[in-house]
Design a protein around this ligand. Structure first.
Ligand code: GTP
Length: 390
């Protein structure tokens, strides 16, 4: 009898332990698969949604394993914008003797001969300042050096600084328009900034950096990846945006209609009450008619939603005369309102600032000072001239 009792007890233990194990195994497997609850949320069209956007479904239940999953990368805080231009002096110094310093060394000679004046002219032309502004600057310097008989190095420097500043023109309005107009029904529309330029000049990078400038100034931003010619350009732009929590409107189809993407971006900006919509374009310079068609269509389509606040032309400061030729074509085709001069850190030819402003009749508004994410600065004529003077 006792044996039978022990047998029943043993059987009971086996059933309880076995059943428990059978329940535990599937549960622990289910937990491992529960990674889906922490998978990156997607937008309606299957793209990865930005953190904190409405498109991202809320995580329903924090599974214990979620705690050991790698956390989403923290959003970056862009550097404050003020004072960025100061870096220019260091960067220019690295490219060799800045233009102003070379001019200064000639102007400081005891008796300026015609050869010295020729040398000054040659220096200005080599720095891409352009023939007209070079002549203007030299005429002013000749007169003032003769009349004032300036010899003391500090006075010569002040004189040169003043005259360089005049040709750079501090009176131009260099503010990038980032306040949208008010629509017919009183609705605040986003400021739409269209960014154009030849590939490789730093357009996509500039849009990314500009988004950071705006985020640093507490403005809300939407990016439009209307450079659909090169698929990687949209990825590049989306990465720039994601780093500072800015959404990118893009097409996942290669060669999609850039105007449609631009339109969607502006519509999203309008629907969301966004301050600024930045639209990157391909702007291939295969021929003027093709470029005109593409940019014309983008502009027409965008302005159905909101007027353009700015058309920024991105130019590579290291390309000299070639850059000016591009500027001319874009100026005719795109109604450029401001210039972004990139790679100013990589050239001793700072005179291009003056030449391109004269060529297009629009101001340089921003300058690229390096490859770092915050190496974009609002152009400040005084600091620029100080940078040239070394
Ligand atoms: N040194 C320096 N490099 C820069 C600057 N701005 C952009 N670049 C570099 O220039 C290269 C081209 O930049 P992108 O932004 O891809 O040029 P893009 O005009 O958009 O070219 P696509 O995307 O092909 O249309 C990249 O390696 C950038 O890091 C700058 O101010 N200084």
């Amino acid at each position: 009898m006792t044996d039978l009792l022990w047998l029943w007890i043993l059987l009971g233990v086996v059933v309880v332990v076995g059943g428990g194990a059978a329940l535990l195994v599937p549960r622990s497997r289910k937990r491992r698969g529960g990674g889906s609850t922490i998978a990156a949320p997607t937008t309606g069209d299957g793209r990865v949604a930005e953190p904190g956007t409405a498109a991202g479904p809320a995580v329903e239940e924090a599974a214990p394993e979620a705690a050991v999953e790698p956390a989403a990368p923290a959003l970056e805080t862009p550097e404050p914008v003020a004072g960025r231009m100061v870096r220019l002096r260091d960067r220019l110094a690295r490219t060799g003797s800045p233009l102003g310093a070379r001019l200064l060394s000639v102007l400081s000679r005891d008796h300026l001969t015609e050869d010295d004046w020729d040398e000054l002219e040659e220096t200005l032309l080599l720095a891409d300042i352009g023939a007209g502004p070079a002549e203007e600057l030299l005429d002013a310097l000749r007169t003032r050096v003769r009349v004032l008989g300036v010899r003391d190095p500090k006075a010569v420097r002040d004189l040169l600084r003043e005259e360089l500043l005049k040709v750079v023109d501090p009176s131009l309005d260099r503010e990038v328009a980032t306040t949208g107009p008010t629509g017919a029904d009183g609705e605040r529309l986003p400021a739409v900034v269209l960014v154009v330029g030849v590939n490789g000049t730093g357009k996509t990078t500039t849009v990314g950096k500009l988004a950071r400038v705006l985020v640093a100034e507490d403005r809300s931003v939407v990016l439009g990846a209307a450079d659909t010619f090169r698929a990687a350009a949209a990825d590049q732009l989306q990465t720039w945006g994601a780093r500072v929590g800015v959404e990118t409107v893009r097409s996942d189809r290669d060669g999609a209609d850039p105007a449609a993407v631009a339109f969607d971006a502006v519509r999203k900006g309008r629907d969301d009450g966004t301050d600024v919509v930045l639209v990157d374009t391909a702007g291939r310079l295969q021929n003027k008619a093709g470029l005109m068609d593409e940019l014309g269509k983008i502009t027409r389509v965008i302005t159905r939603e909101a007027p353009l606040a700015e058309v920024l032309l991105v130019l590579d400061a290291t390309t000299g005369q070639n850059g000016l030729n591009q500027a001319r074509v874009f100026g005719e085709v795109a109604g450029v309102t401001g210039i972004v001069l990139t790679k100013l850190d990589g050239t001793a030819r700072g005179g291009i600032v003056v030449a391109v402003q004269r060529e297009l009749g629009v101001p340089v508004k921003l300058v690229g000072l390096g490859e770092g994410p915050d190496d974009l600065a609002p152009f400040d004529p005084e600091q620029f001239v100080d940078g040239l003077l070394g």
